[in-house]
Design a protein around this ligand. Structure first.
Ligand code: FE
Length: 174
């Protein structure tokens, strides 16, 4: 550190240790070009996990999809936020179209049908699911659920299969 910097505290980080019971920070330099890291979730849809919170039941991941079909129809019992990294997408229940830079918040209780909008034909969105997703049919009847544990297991299984190993997914747990 230069003498000038040490004389100017505004240029220094604060010297405070993490509290004893804090969990470790998590830094991911996501290599989105490494296809092995994308976990398939059906035809033309894949997820790139970034964080699994097994104590709060939530997870953060990037969802990538393309094509014309319905990606997923489901109910959120906890909030979800999404930030669009690329492409064009929306929900059949809402008129808006999200494009690069669009941020969305959907409240608990929201049921929607995720689709890729045809103008660009693909989407890539950073989603923060604050709780389980309940998959439903077109009448709203429950078909199943996705939660942080089922996502984690699916990712572990995939990473084992492609040779990265399940520990990669376990390393995203905080
Ligand atoms: Fe959703």
């Amino acid at each position: 550190m230069s003498a000038a910097m040490s004389q100017n505290p505004q240029n220094q980080g604060i010297d405070l240790a993490l509290p004893l019971d804090a969990v470790a920070e998590l830094i991911i330099d996501a290599d989105l070009d490494d296809e092995r890291l994308w976990v398939p979730r059906g035809e033309n849809i894949a997820t790139f996990p970034l964080w699994f919170s097994v104590s709060q039941g939530m997870w953060v991941s990037i969802t990538r999809a393309s094509g014309n079909g319905i990606i997923s129809r489901h109910r959120h019992s906890a909030p979800v936020t999404g930030f669009t990294l690329d492409g064009s997408w929306g929900y059949l229940e809402h008129e808006w179209t999200a494009t690069k830079g669009t941020f969305i918040f959907e409240p608990p209780g929201e049921t929607h049908t995720l689709v890729v909008r045809p103008d660009l034909g693909h989407m890539m969105v950073l989603f923060h699911n604050f709780g389980p997703i309940i998959s439903v049919d077109d009448k709203g009847n429950t078909l199943g659920f996705v939660d942080v544990f089922s996502r984690l297991e699916a990712c572990k299984e995939h990473y084992e299969k492609v040779g990265i190993g399940a520990d990669y997914a376990r390393g995203l747990i905080r």
